[in-house]
Design a protein around this ligand. Structure first.
Ligand SMILES: Nc1nc2c(ncn2[C@@H]2O[C@H](COP(=O)(O)OP(=O)(O)OP(=O)(O)O)[C@@H](O)[C@H]2O)c(=O)[nH]1
Length: 362
């Protein structure tokens, strides 16, 4: 496998740590009601590596699997997030095969939902993970319609006329060669729960290399982990939800950034703008995972540091079961600052996530 994953969040490092210039969290200019400050768990400026990997871990970063922690949210003593009473309806509109620079193909699925007009995405690794709603026949559609919207088995090739694999195998390509056989999943370790990332849209972190957050790095890292040979038999899914800015949208997030430059943290800035600190919901993600056949007791391994997300993704009746949590440790922490996103804004963002959003980084 090649190591050439797209570096959405460019790894630029300051020449020295700005520890003495760390922004203060006091906000005397605003009359804002915030929770009493919690004792700092990490310094906003000096974040120690969570994994002393540069001394003991000889596996190259690009080949490393992430450690996972068993989860049983039914035993959790923490307060549960508010969940929708019913899951929204989701339908996979279309999917297509995407060859990637990592040499592993993925299948991009576009979903429509009953609760909004946005295109939510499922990025699927592994040909055995199938959308039930995509393959359900639609009134009046032809075989050509089914192939164009991606509801076919096996592989498309020039001249193919049927969506069904058995019929397609009997056909030949125009140059006389047989069509490629559908890729079958490997059976080893097939009971291992699929790896899942529920990712919320972040234009700034994913597309223009912002170092205010680690969202781009997390998206790249989720894709890298799902392409690892050790995770290929179980397959993987990144559900990409269009809830930019923790659900407040890009314009409001940019206002929040300006407030952060004025001295607030990411939590306080949302409240100042009269938004919840986190305005997201995860019912769409739960419904998409069920549509992809990932509901039920086999469970999933969820890539997250956010404890609320674990229970929220499981749905109101635990339609999806999170068996393990796989931590997303910032790459800069794993490499002692040699790789990954770095910057004083990111340090403050991560410390606020730990102190106020109770994220478990590590
Ligand atoms: N409102 C607001 N949203 C932000 C800010 N920085 C990043 N985001 C958004 O936060 C979302 C990502 O949430 P995070 O809190 O980083 O992570 P998470 O999804 O809760 O948890 P993980 O699963 O551990 O990554 C994306 O939608 C980003 O656009 C910010 O300063 N303000």
């Amino acid at each position: 496998m090649s190591n050439s994953f797209p570096a959405h969040a460019s790894p630029t490092f300051p020449s020295s740590h700005p520890s003495s210039n760390a922004p203060t969290t006091s906000i005397p200019a605003y009359n804002l009601t915030t929770p009493a400050p919690l004792p700092s768990i990490i310094s906003p400026a000096f974040t120690p590596p969570q994994t002393p990997s540069n001394e003991t871990n000889t596996i190259p970063l690009t080949e490393r699997d992430a450690p996972s922690i068993p989860v049983d949210s039914s035993l959790s003593a923490t307060s549960s997030p508010a969940l929708l009473a019913e899951l929204p309806t989701v339908v996979c509109d279309v999917r297509a095969r995407i060859p990637t620079t990592s040499e592993q193909e993925l299948w991009l699925h576009v979903y429509r939902t009953s609760i909004d007009t946005k295109d939510h995405l499922a990025i699927v690794f592994g040909s055995h993970i199938r959308s039930a709603s995509l393959f359900t026949p639609r009134p009046g559609e032809t075989e050509s319609d089914r192939m164009i919207r991606g509801a076919y088995q096996g592989r498309l090739f020039p001249g193919r006329t049927t969506s069904r694999a058995d019929s397609a195998a009997a056909e030949s390509t125009p140059d006389g060669t047989a069509p490629e056989a559908p890729t079958e999943p490997e059976t080893d370790d097939a009971d291992k729960p699929p790896l899942v990332r529920i990712h919320s849209e972040c234009y700034t972190g994913e597309t223009i290399g912002s170092s205010r957050c680690d969202c781009g790095e997390q998206l790249d890292e989720a894709q890298r982990l799902m392409c690892l040979p050790i995770n290929q038999s179980s397959g993987g899914v990144i559900v990409y939800l269009r809830q930019e800015g923790r659900g407040i949208g890009l314009s409001e997030k940019l206002k929040a950034y300006n407030l952060q430059d004025l001295g607030l943290d990411t939590y306080e800035a949302n409240l100042m703008l009269r938004h919840p600190a986190d305005a997201r919901s995860y019912g769409v993600a739960t419904a998409i995972l069920m549509d992809l056949g990932l509901g039920g007791e086999r469970g999933i391994r969820l890539l997250t540091n956010n404890p609320d997300k674990i229970r929220a993704v499981e749905g109101p009746r635990r339609e999806v079961v999170v068996k393990e949590r796989v931590a997303m440790v910032p790459i800069a922490w794993q490499t002692g600052g040699k790789e990954g996103v770095r910057g004083k804004e990111l340090d403050k963002y991560l410390s606020t996530k730990i102190e106020k959003f109770k994220h478990l980084l590590g």
